[in-house]
Design a protein. Sequence first.
Length: 118
Amino acid sequence: MPTYRFCSQTECRDPLLRAERRGVLRPGRRVVEFTGGSTGSSLAFICAVKGYPMTLVSSDAFSPEKLRTMQAFGADLVVVPSDGGRITPDLFVRMRHEVDRIIAADTGLKYLAGDLYL
């Protein structure tokens, strides 16, 4: 019987661990990322356990349960309005722009989770 281990996504955990080893992610640094939900929930959980502040940018186009889960794990959540609840290519562009706006507005934010995947 297959099992599902919530919040164990290696796509979230491994890049964070690599960033810690490289010294890019240190205590007090905020992780900022845009997400549709599952990855964001895992990132929020991992950041909560490790003590990193987390800001997630998502949208009302994604399930309310996923949005609540991210917040329950302690992430600050910024919700970008969708076009009538639809997921469109433009929505992801606007979500990314919101991440860029958050980082530009606070010079103390020198870390972006999405950069881990490069």
